[in-house]
Design a protein around this ligand. Sequence first.
Ligand code: SAM
Ligand code: SF4
Length: 465
Amino acid sequence: MTEMRANTKKLFIKTYGCQMNVYDSDRMSDALAPHGYETTLDMAQADLVLLNTCHIREKASEKVFSELGRLKELQGERRAMGGDMMIGVAGCVAQAEGEEIARRAPVVDMVFGPQAYHKLPDMLARAQAQRHMHPSLKKAVIDTDFPEEDKFEHLPAARKEVTIKRGLTAFLTVQEGCDKFCSFCVVPYTRGAEVSRPVAQVIAEARSLVDAGVKEITLLGQNVNAYHGLDAADRSVSLGELAYLLAEISGLERLRYTTSHPRDMDDVLMNAHRDLDILMPYLHLPVQSGSDSILKAMNRRHTAAEYMAIIERIKAARPDMALSGDFIVGFPGETDADFEDTLKIIADVGYASAYSFKYSTRPGTPGANLGDQVPEDVKNERLWRLQDLVNAQTTAFHASCVGKTLPVLIERPGRMPGQVGGRSPYLQAVHLDGSPELIGAIHQVEIIGTSTNSLVGRLKAVAAA
Ligand code: SAM
Ligand code: SF4
């Protein structure tokens, strides 16, 4: 066994899924740091392994059970060498499967949902006590409640060293949960009702990130533009209003947010895009389908025409807005004509990028009870056609940038020696020749070409935007 300092224990967190889980994993390591846990990149060396799971993708729970099988072996190896390994399952699969995980995988010491992260040190202490029980009496510690109390109130502020490790860009969760209940989606069941963090908490966390060197913050929420946090006067503040407040933080150079719902795109947020240089011209606004009957069956509560009207308003406020979306093909009952409507809305919008998925049932959602499932080969064919169209749009969008000069936040050394890399305002990766001293600031870069998924640039002037 590797020699360890008496009180230092190693923590390994495997994060699945979205940026929200990345944020939550950082908060879990923050919560455990005062209890002597430091993170390791080597799972085999860990005293505590946490799987921070995501339930959105297909076969999510099978993947978790197969990882637990591997962990059981690693735990055996560590025990054979006189050590031990505790195992916890967190996140949305834990929330959805709870007891079932503990029953099927007795190797697990803790199972807890996204609302319980602040209680992690306490759960760990209880799980450690269980370790001394006779194996027939030993029980996993399970916490999948949706408590009234606010987990953000109890989580420690982000540690500076964690922030620095994250680099120049950081995520900041401002809103959790969802009340929309789209018929295909597990989020309202796994993340619970919509909750917004108070304005002061968000501003304080943003300030501490900026103090630690972060230049770009992405505000996170399952339904981020439904944000309605309270200010000091108990007034409800919208995401657009929050953007104006965050723009006053000196040193914060870029602001993004994800993921938004079309119904929550209000005028204040659109105006913020018009008024605030700090708010990047990139919007991820999923529509899922271009067919009104499928949108209705999905319970999206807007039509294709209403979505298009929102896109027009956004483009009026910020003409260079790059748009991104999510699409589901093969929702139950989707006909060829419905799918053609989806291709049409993609052609009409002209996306800079998009994510597309084959529909797959999530137990417990209304979609799981629908008949008229679309055969797998039809879903595959639709997905490929949709992705061909989106890829062509992405290529065209990249090509339209050639010849322009864009402010690029240089974030890291490039893949080749003598190169650096960063992001354009439109979230495109940009590579250029340059020295590492460029890293950490926004530079004007002339775009001279494109490669598969990125832009090639040339430094124009060493000046902050
Ligand atoms: N809140 C966001 C919204 O309203 O669009 C998205 C949340 S979800 C985490 C991310 C994406 O996963 C969805 O936009 C949808 O396209 C996809 N997704 C969710 N459930 C799905 C399912 N059952 N089958 C296929 N794709 C799904
Ligand atoms: Fe899921 Fe997004 Fe619909 Fe909420 S709005 S139910 S998170 S897809």
